[in-house]
Design a protein around this ligand. Structure first.
Ligand SMILES: N[C@@H](CCC[C@H](N)C(=O)O)C(=O)O
Length: 293
């Protein structure tokens, strides 16, 4: 049976999404339908798809990970190939903007908006750049997988970091090398993590630290979407990796330049350990209707 879908297109630093609302959890798109909506030639075109569903109506598997009555809405996130992802840093800002602008949710000035995700419940607040999302605790993954990408001369050791979803960050020599990597080919990881990974290629900018803020530039190959203009969780992983490599005295605040703009990353102490927050813009671009066969 054909399905008519009203959708909104949004983006954060050029990482773009198809969003639609399904408060009662009645629309169960197949991976093939999601991939066709995200297709840039035959569909709407996007790096990912976000279904806004009330937390009480999410699938049982996701419910276990986002069990918090405080989050009225759940961000049901899918990559462009239809695969599920736990978290999306740019997407959560765009998702919050979408809920607020469409009147599905309200945010009193200064209030925190809570969003359910497969990576747990995330606090989002308005700030000067758009929105800031507290991604909570992060962790280093064991091992240093070797990263190979087309046009990079040698394999490099990467650092595995989980910020709700999996990343491998690899440092390159300079901006020429960053530009030369051909990310239209899928970079290879050895060993390949079971769940796959988003791979960030990073260079420090000169000078690295300005007024206490670290500056880096990155490109990313996203699991399930290919090269994108930005990846919020990837920027967070990249800043954490560079701080880790820089050692004692490295800043806790970072500006991460990506092909689609720049986002901010801040690490700060809380009672339950260090949290990391991501901030940046969120824009809604247009609305439309599409019929799925
Ligand atoms: N672009 C996102 C990350 C989206 C999910 C990722 N591709 C994955 O599979 O983990 C971001 O802004 O964080």
């Amino acid at each position: 049976m054909a399905l008519d879908l009203h959708f909104t297109k949004g983006q954060g630093t050029g990482n773009d999404f198809v969003l639609f609302s399904d408060p009662d959890g009645l629309i169960d798109l197949t991976p093939a339908q999601i991939a066709s909506l995200c297709d840039r030639h035959f569909g709407i075109g996007a790096d990912g798809l976000i279904r806004a569903v009330k937390s009480q109506n999410i699938p049982a598997g996701a419910a276990a990970l986002a069990a918090d009555d405080a989050a009225e809405w759940f961000m049901d996130y899918y990559n462009a190939d239809g695969s599920v992802a736990e978290m999306c840093g740019n997407g959560i800002r765009v998702f919050t903007k979408y809920l607020l602008e469409s009147g599905l949710a309200a945010l009193e000035s200064g209030d925190t908006f809570v969003v359910g995700t497969r990576a747990g419940v995330i606090d989002v607040q308005r700030n000067l750049t758009g929105f800031q999302a507290d991604l909570g605790r992060w962790r280093l993954e064991g091992g240093e997988p070797l990263v190979r990408a087309k046009n990079l001369q040698v394999a490099r050791p990467g650092l595995g970091i989980n910020v709700g979803n999996p990343h491998v960050v690899v440092a390159l020599v300079d901006e020429d090398e960053l530009e030369s990597a051909d990310l239209t080919y899928v970079p290879q990881l050895d060993p390949e993590p079971t769940e796959g990974a988003n791979i960030e290629f990073v260079v420090p900018l000169e000078p690295l630290v300005r007024n206490g803020v670290g500056h880096i530039r990155m490109r990313v190959h996203e699991r399930g979407s290919g090269e994108t203009l930005s990846c919020g969780t990837g920027a967070v992983a990249a800043a954490l990796a560079i701080r880790h490599w820089a050692g004692v005295g490295a800043p806790n605040q970072w500006r991460v330049e990506v092909p689609g703009g720049a986002v901010g990353v801040r690490m700060y102490a809380t009672e339950d350990g260090e949290h990391v927050a991501l901030s940046g813009p969120a824009e809604l671009v247009y609305e439309g209707d599409v019929t799925l066969a």
